[in-house]
Design a protein around this ligand. Structure first.
Ligand SMILES: [Fe+2]
Length: 278
């Protein structure tokens, strides 16, 4: 055994090498996939990893077919001088699911931390396990969520899309209920660059605020919420079908560089909620 497995709270696992110079490629891919099926989040820490973007994306192909963007396979998440979207800012990022505005929704998100912020600088990536959130939420909240359908409109460099999704849907492969929701941003316009438009239908106007508040409470419940404090060389594999994810604010100009690849399910999952895509 070249590694040990430690359970994270409240979900997910951390895997660390027990022998020096163990490379991520030395881990058994089949065993990792099985573990992923049970845990929804895997953190690989302390392993030798990948120098080049192309080495990283080659590793990701082991997990399945990579979702290709106009910029290629690997997104470099780094703060930009004058970002035209909050993704490249140092602001917090509301919980959402990846691919919500794209023709296919990836099952896996695979991250490689090239440079982590220093301790105290913020910038944790946040994950909410919505399968667990639904187990813990009170019935009256779930009844309200079942009625709600949310209309999202978002324009970024690579698309201008509209998505209409029920708050509660099913995991595309496993069928258990999950929450699909992009929470409205909490920070003021101007500070939060390029927010999406979010409009709720299906519930009474006076219940919209209750809907957002109850979802916020449920998704950030410590019993199903995990915030990952990055260390350089971490690899994180997350279940984009079950979890929602976001980011905590970090101090501007902190060293924070994370690569992200999206891997499709097998067969690929066509986005059933995409209304328009340009
Ligand atoms: Fe994302």
């Amino acid at each position: 055994m070249n590694h040990k497995i430690i359970h994270l709270e409240p979900f997910g696992v951390l895997i660390e090498p027990t022998k020096e110079n163990t490379h991520v490629n030395d881990l058994d891919a089949k065993a990792l996939k099985l573990l992923f099926e049970q845990e929804q989040l895997i953190v690989l820490r302390g392993f030798k990893t990948f120098e080049e973007s192309s080495d990283f994306s080659r590793y990701c192909e082991v997990w399945g077919e990579i979702s290709i963007w106009p910029f290629g396979k690997v997104l470099d998440l780094v703060q930009k001088e004058q970002p035209d979207d909050h993704i490249f800012d140092n602001s917090y990022m509301p919980l959402h699911w990846d691919g919500m505005y794209r023709p296919q929704v990836p099952e896996y998100q695979i991250f490689q931390c090239i440079k982590a912020p220093l301790s105290g600088q913020g910038g944790r990536t946040t994950f909410s396990n919505t399968m667990l959130a639904l187990e813990y939420a009170p019935d009256d909240h779930i009844e309200l969520w079942k009625k709600a359908v949310v209309n999202y409109q978002r324009r970024v460099e690579f698309y201008n899309s509209r998505t209409i999704s029920p708050v509660i849907t099913k995991h595309p492969r496993k069928g258990y209920p999950v929450i699909r929701y992009n929470e409205p941003h909490l920070e003021k316009k101007g500070i939060f660059v390029n927010p999406p438009d979010i409009e709720v239908t299906g519930v009474d106007a006076e219940d919209v605020e209750i809907l957002h508040k109850s979802l916020h409470q449920a998704l950030y419940n410590p019993k199903n919420f995990y915030a990952h404090a990055w260390k350089s060389r971490d690899i994180v594999i997350a279940d984009n079908f079950t979890l929602l994810h976001g980011r905590e604010r970090f101090i501007s100009q902190s060293p924070r560089h994370i690569r992200r690849v999206q891997v499709l399910s097998n067969p690929p999952f066509n986005n059933p909620h995409l209304e328009s895509y340009q």
